[in-house]
Design a binder for this molecule. Structure first.
Ligand SMILES: Nc1ncnc2c1ncn2[C@@H]1O[C@H](COP(=O)(O)OP(=O)(O)OP(=O)(O)O)[C@@H](O)[C@H]1O
Length: 323
């Protein structure tokens, strides 16, 4: 596996204060450490709290629909955090608020201490985002696609060629870099989109359903690349997925979002053990699955809104990505 350079980023890692409450609201409050925007010097670097992301009381509505309903969420610096939930739970809306693509009408979001409403550019400089929708241009080569992102994200001109090459290498696309993206497989397209997000050496990588529509081998492959880059850079990863096995295997902590709020949060083991204890089956040696946990918490809401929880819309968006 090739290593990814942290050129241009700030990989300085800080100790995790580990002060999260189990309900996910354990991050700093909205009032604490809010960056100065009035011109006075901030007393300390805004990111010194050990969190990559904190959402406090986040609300976002579309007309009559409350997509995010008082979200409390803290993502620790350096972890892989999985945001799970049925269709319509509000995951994408929350993520789009965190990336500053949607406004923050109520509540607070901080990304490494920077306020997502008041310091949008500072936040954008810190993150890489792979949306669900196609972000690669099928009429460009892989290298041209990544170069485009390098320009958009202001990678210094003299570093661009090297950084584009590093990003492509990090996802094993060097050999295919000069082929048109329309000749790529679904897994290659996903890796290309990863390279696009990585070229700016983000401290926070946000992935919305990174493996949807991919076969199991391609899914594993995408995750191996995410993990390799994370190991090389120490970046934080915030990911949404419908795949319970992926969450179990690859996420340090997971949160179940349902109807706009976090309903459960912990390591996959903690959540499974917790349900086993509630059911009195903890000593049987058979732990519930993560899917059992989420069915237990979200109950019939999973069924009446989205069918089977694990019903991945495998053809959705990705199938027609490039063609
Ligand atoms: N642009 C929009 N206009 C109106 N309603 C929207 C819009 N985007 C999302 N919604 C609604 O907000 C709610 C949350 O949607 P969102 O896409 O955030 O959920 P999600 O958890 O990401 O779902 P999925 O897993 O299907 O992507 C849903 O009821 C959805 O219909």
């Amino acid at each position: 596996m090739r290593r990814y350079s942290t050129d241009g980023g700030d990989p300085a890692r800080r100790a995790d204060h580990g002060s999260h409450a189990p309900d996910g609201a354990g991050g700093p409050t909205a009032a604490e450490g809010r960056p100065e925007t009035s011109g006075r010097a901030a007393p300390e670097p805004p990111e010194a709290d050990g969190y990559a992301v904190t959402c406090t009381g986040l609300v976002h509505t579309f007309g009559e629909t409350t997509a995010v309903d008082g979200l409390e969420l803290s993502v620790r610096d350096g972890e892989v955090f999985g945001l799970l939930g049925p269709n319509g739970a509000g995951k994408t809306t929350a993520i789009r608020c965190i990336t500053t693509l949607l406004p923050v009408p109520a509540g607070t979001i901080r990304v490494f201490g920077h306020d997502a409403a008041g310091e949008r550019m500072a936040v954008r400089r810190l993150l890489g985002y792979v949306p669900q929708q196609l972000s690669a241009d099928s009429g460009l080569t892989g290298r041209e696609n990544v170069s485009l992102f390098a320009r958009v994200f202001d990678v210094p001109r003299r570093e661009r060629t090297a950084r584009v090459g590093q990003a492509l290498a990090a996802v094993d696309l060097t050999d295919a870099a000069d082929r048109l993206a329309k000749t790529y497989s679904g897994g290659m397209v996903r890796r290309l989109e990863l390279a696009q997000a990585l070229v700016s050496a983000p401290r926070l990588l946000i992935l919305d359903e990174p493996t949807i529509g991919l076969d199991p081998i391609a899914r594993t492959n995408v995750w191996e690349h995410i993990n390799a880059v994370r190991a090389a850079t120490g970046m934080t990863v915030l990911v949404t997925t419908h795949y319970m096995d992926e969450a179990d295997q690859y996420c340090d902590r997971v949160a179940l979002m349902h109807r706009g709020r976090i309903r459960a949060l912990g390591t996959p083991d903690e959540l499974r053990t917790g349900l086993g204890e509630r059911r009195g089956t903890a000593g049987n040696g058979e732990l519930p699955t993560l899917e059992d946990v989420f069915r237990d918490i979200a109950g019939s809401g999973l069924d009446d809104r989205s069918g089977e929880f694990s019903d991945v819309r495998s053809t959705r968006r990705t199938a027609s990505r490039v063609g």
